[in-house]
Design a protein around this ligand. Structure first.
Ligand SMILES: *Cc1c(COP(=O)(O)O)cnc(C)c1O
Length: 381
């Protein structure tokens, strides 16, 4: 039936009994909100990320919003963000009445370009949200130096990067705080929505706990105007099951990425499309395998769709061009690398259970598109 971009059934099927048992335990004890599975999950993610605290919430988007609320971002503040990212990285800033300042990305990693960040800093800048895009950490060392010099917070958007490392340190422990998402397509995907914030700042963690429950402490006394954003106990129970497999899945994603590199090279396609690379200092966890197609990307995508191979464009319209942010962006704002990435990026299947045979099929279809039958006879040789 063709190859989807991501096959969640293949991930869930072997875990079905374990997942059902975990749900049954929650049904039996009945603590559906902030039950024991929630604390267990928070503690395990904190340990995994080498952060002191972890606070669960309803989604990655809420994690970003809560973190900015806890960091007291508000009107008059500027927060530097990439434009080449998912919407939630910037919407949280706007929701709080602050201004997102969009900057360009590195053409090889698609992560924030530190020099562009430095140029965007003004007296109103309160912080930076580096996104660990596609599973690879942003260049945190130069960003930390900037943050320190200008007294800015660094909020990692690690939604796509649980388990990723930078200079041996884990995503989630690299900034002031970090946000994770358990949306089903992420490397640790739940069965629905979920999110979490890590931090090693005890006061910040305490504020996050307050803010996710209407600022209520004690019961029916509200210390702050928070929101209602919780990670359900059932969701935490499911995530606890899946968390035990995360390291294995990351390993499989890395093997798949390596295999694509070999196959594209063998087919002499690595000169025609640009393959994603692992930056020095980085341990990539490959949430996406995103190639760059210099010309006619959409025609290649159509060819793959016709061959029943699922692909996606992350992201076709950069945030500085979104209609809802028009009033936030200067008319003369130029982000050439971001625009080029939006025109050329194409994400291929990389999910853990992807087989070598399927990867060969993807590469051979791309070869067929570029070389006609030449690559097919090459393959048979
Ligand atoms: C998925 C994602 C989010 C938002 O997470 P949700 O759980 O879907 O709300 C934020 N930032 C990035 C980079 C993401 O990929």
């Amino acid at each position: 039936m063709g190859l989807p971009l991501i096959d969640i059934d293949r991930e869930l099927a072997p875990l079905r009994d374990e997942l059902l048992k975990a749900v049954a335990r929650v049904l039996d004890h009945g603590h559906f909100v902030h039950g024991p599975e929630c604390q267990e999950f928070e503690q395990r993610v904190a340990e995994l990320c080498r952060a002191k605290h972890a606070v669960g919430c309803a989604s990655g988007s809420d994690a970003l919003l809560l973190a900015l609320m806890a960091l007291q971002v508000g009107p008059g503040d500027e927060v530097i963000v990439p434009s080449f990212t998912f919407f939630a990285t910037a919407s949280c800033v706007v929701r709080l009445g602050a201004r997102p300042v969009f900057v360009d990305v590195d053409p090889n990693t698609y992560c924030l370009e530190p020099r562009a960040v430095a140029d965007a800093i003004t007296p109103a800048t309160k912080g930076v949200i580096p996104v660990h895009l596609f599973g690879q950490c942003a260049p945190m060392k130069p960003l930390r130096q900037l943050a320190k010099r200008h007294q800015l917070f660094l909020l990692e958007d690690a939604a796509q990067a649980i388990g990723a490392r930078y200079q041996g340190e884990l995503a989630g422990s690299l900034g002031t705080a970090a946000c994770f998402s358990f949306y089903p397509t992420k490397n640790l995907g739940g069965c629905g929505d979920g999110g979490l914030i890590t931090t090693s700042d005890a006061a910040l963690a305490e504020r996050l706990v307050l803010l996710r429950s209407h600022g209520m402490q004690p019961r029916y006394v509200h210390q702050a105007v928070g929101i209602n954003s919780r990670l359900d106990t059932i969701q935490a129970a499911l995530l606890n099951v899946k968390l035990s497999y995360l390291e294995h899945w990351s390993h499989q994603r890395r093997r798949n990425a390596e295999r694509y590199h070999d196959l594209f090279h063998e087919a002499r396609l690595d000169q025609i499309v640009q393959l994603p690379t692992e930056a020095k200092d980085c341990h990539h966890v490959w949430n996406q395998f995103t190639i760059r197609v210099p010309e006619r990307r959409d025609a290649l995508r159509q060819h793959l769709t016709d061959a029943h191979i699922g692909t996606e464009i992350y992201y076709p319209l950069p945030l500085h061009r979104q209609p809802c942010f028009a009033s936030q962006v200067a008319d003369d704002q130029q982000l050439p690398e971001t625009d080029r990435a939006a025109e050329q990026a194409l994400s291929l299947p990389i999910f853990p259970a992807l087989t070598e045979w399927e990867q060969r099929m993807v590469v051979s279809q791309i070869g067929r598109y570029f070389h006609g039958s030449r690559s097919r006879s090459g393959k048979a040789a």
